[in-house]
Design a binder for this molecule. Structure first.
Ligand code: 1AE
Length: 409
């Protein structure tokens, strides 16, 4: 029988975890079991959830609140339609509100996963488009955009592009507005991209923020693409994974989609509640079709513990039902002095992403991008950042280090 498997961590000071697991398996599927007559039991069998394992952590000296068990339950595919909302509501709908329990992982059946084409471009598709195969990519984030007009945006875009970034993304809080409406914004920024490209010789992706009511998302995406957009930014968790799945599997939306993690902090940080970061920001984003997935890093201003962070990375990169890999984008509070740590943990298949770390550079926005590129090149060459910063032509890196320092492991 084809089944999807959910792994939970359940905290309870007293519960019999085997009984608890059995009651979840029955409660989230056939509802009740023991009271049914034999004939009905046989009929219900194919719908019944199955407890696969219960691994309890209950040392005699466990402090109050520390006793837990990892519970794996398989849910028959026959119970839910092949969409992410149906799966999530089955395995963690009401259960998410029932005591200290966190959804740690989901293993999709082949049948369920086959409904999802995943990222259209993925990591390799983005590298191919940009013509950059070897090094980590660099993304810059627009800052100070609310209340600015098209001229202000153009100026900011051009300076970011001159710094040698590979991608520029809108700030996620930039919505449809009279000063910088979607199509005009795309036209203006793509024109600035062309102009900068004449100087840098580099290609660039501009991820414009796709916003508006859910019913208009696809139409807005098409308008943006018709105006010249070559990437989209999408606040996935505010809309739901299914909205991303709809966009990514739409044949008319043929540009990479960057998934922003806004709202994720309401869901993953607690050890006792919510959904693990690797599932929330890794596996499900990839299944739903994110070409790039943003998430907090272990080093910057919004910190995610390193083990969790690396688990997000693995969920985006490791084999998953033949889906393309999504580009990991550890973000928030990133500056050039963190580049060696990022590359040490993520290798070269990573997008280094910064807003304040580019625009706040003492020598200006373009120098901000250059400082990152110099930090990336030095790290790849095995040259310590301070040594690289002392070399002629590396004033941008030197200035960034003076401003923000270098973080050792
Ligand atoms: C985790 C998302 C990071 C993000 O979207 C953002 O705007 C970061 O800005 P900085 O780099 O922290 O200024």
């Amino acid at each position: 029988m084809s089944m999807c498997i959910a792994t939970y961590r359940s905290y309870d000071d007293k519960a019999d975890f085997n009984k608890k697991a059995a009651s979840i398996a029955v409660g989230l599927t056939v509802g009740s079991w023991t009271e049914l007559p034999e004939a009905q039991k046989a009929q219900m069998e194919k719908h019944l959830g199955k407890v696969l394992s219960v691994e309890a952590y209950e040392p005699a000296n466990a402090a109050q609140g520390e006793r837990y068990a990892d519970i794996r339950i398989a849910y028959p595919d026959i119970n839910f339609s092949r969409d992410i909302p149906a799966l999530l509501v089955t395995v963690f709908g009401k259960l998410s509100m029932d005591g200290r329990i966190k959804l740690i992982d989901l293993d999709f059946s082949e049948g369920f996963a086959s409904a999802f084409p995943g990222p259209k471009f993925g990591l390799q598709g983005i590298r191919d488009y940009l013509g950059v195969q070897e090094r980590p990519l660099l993304m810059s984030i627009f800052k100070s955009v609310v209340g600015h007009d098209l001229g202000g945006l153009r100026d900011q875009f051009y300076k970011q592009a001159l710094g040698g970034v590979d991608l520029i993304k809108d700030d996620e809080i930039l919505f449809e507005n009279p000063l910088t409406p979607l199509e005009k914004r795309v036209e203006t920024c793509m024109e600035a991209a062309r102009q900068a490209s004449e100087e840098t010789g580099q290609k660039l992706l501009y991820a414009v923020n796709l916003t508006g009511p859910t019913s208009q998302l696809a139409a807005n995406a098409r308008k943006a693409i018709a105006a010249g957009a070559n990437a989209l930014l999408f606040n996935v968790l505010a809309y739901g994974y299914d909205a991303l799945h709809e966009l990514s599997s739409d044949s008319g939306i043929s540009v990479p989609i960057a998934a922003h993690p806004a709202m994720a902090g309401a869901m993953y940080p607690s050890p006792h509640y919510g959904i693990s970061a690797s599932l929330l920001l890794g596996k499900l984003m990839r299944l739903a079709g994110a070409d790039l997935a943003l998430f907090p890093s272990p080093y910057g201003s919004v910190v995610m513990p390193k083990a969790e962070n690396l688990a997000v990375k693995e969920a985006l990169l490791q084999p998953l039902h033949g889906l393309k890999a999504s580009f990991p984008v550890p973000s928030a509070g990133i500056h050039p002095g963190l580049v060696p740590l990022i590359l040490q943990d993520f290798g070269t298949d990573v997008v280094v992403n910064a807003g304040g770390g580019i625009h706040g550079h003492p020598m200006g926005t373009a120098a901000g991008g250059q400082a990152f590129r110099q930090a990336i090149a030095a790290t790849l060459a095995g040259t310590p950042l301070r040594q690289a910063a002392a070399q002629p032509g590396h004033e941008a890196l030197a200035s960034a280090i003076e401003a923000w320092g270098i973080r050792e492991a």
